[in-house]
Design a protein around this ligand. Sequence first.
Ligand code: NAD
Length: 369
Amino acid sequence: MVHEITLIPGDGTGPEICAVVKKVVAATGVQIKWDQVEAGADVMKTAGTPLPDNVLASCRRTKVALKGPITTPIGAGFRSVNVALRKELDLYACLRPCRTYQGVRSRYEKIDLVIVRENVEDLYAGVEWPVGSEESKKIIAMAKGKINPQAAISIKPISRFNSERIVKFAFEYAVKHKRRKVTVVTKANIMKCTDGLFLDVAREVAKRYPGIEYEERLIDNMCMQLVQKPELYDVICLPNLYGDILSDLCAGLIGGLGIAPGGNIGDQGALFEAVHGSAPKYAGQNKVNPTAVLLSAELMLDHIGETDAARRLDKAVAEVIREGKTVTYDLGGKAGTREMGDAIIEKLAVIPPGSQGGIHGSPASGRRG
Ligand code: NAD
């Protein structure tokens, strides 16, 4: 069977990583017809927008996309293409498995966490006004002295609908992948209306899954807990902003951004991408680690039902990292992006079908049955 999948190489180091990933995925033997479309800073110059219509149209048609990182200018310029894609395609669940690989320098061992982050609302809804705008003034007046008159305003919407579907996604994921516990993280003691609603909904949803342990943590405490005792946690479900921050924290626990994959999933489609950004200072240098996008492609293969290829890919990546001979600078090696990709292809050639392993609910990753 041939799968048609949208490929968005992105900008910065994205295109060079995606070229390697395409080659490696082809070496798994899975038949993919890539519909390659361009988004980001580079296409902005010619198309006048960083997110041309054909990108969204392709994602809507194929329902599965693999994306390289895309630069978001700080403060001024266009809004984040990454956030826009998630919102436009209603990819409400951000899935970020974090697992330690033998051979990666890290202070921790045997980490096997999955972050489930709400992806479409919270402070990322893009509802904000600058200092002195009519809207800011109105809100400041409504707040009756609680807000400094010179403040800029960002709104944090949290709804029952979006909270319910993300917590449900986390529990469904736990059931499907034989996980034992879901921890819901908020700051509901301070933001009683928004985070309070998220927590109320989480408690209701948790009752429908008596087979899965449920617990709650405050975000500040959770950061400390994860640094001190990450092995206590399993699936962690959070609103958007906390999820973004904790994803990077967990990427740090497992040895860095170079090996942290992600998936953005909705009821009508899915888009897979690394946690890391475009690392523009390394663009065109054949230097950065392709692993995070490769492991995102592994999640993608699993998503389209190519589970065996996903596991073989994971095994090949794990083996190259464990050997440490052909790895990129961030893993202590001297290899370039392409050379690391070629080493993974060599391993794939000798890993037989039916191998176990994988970051997406596979028996080899420890607690999952
Ligand atoms: P970044 O992740 O691009 O890079 C931070 C540092 O991490 C790099 O300087 C590098 O040292 C290291 N790093 C990142 N990826 C690596 C890899 N594959 N291999 C080895 N080392 C790697 O973060 P940033 O500098 O904050 O962001 C750069 C741009 O990317 C920004 O415009 C940001 O908005 C954007 N961004 C995009 C996405 C996305 O496309 N989903 C995600 C995060 C950031």
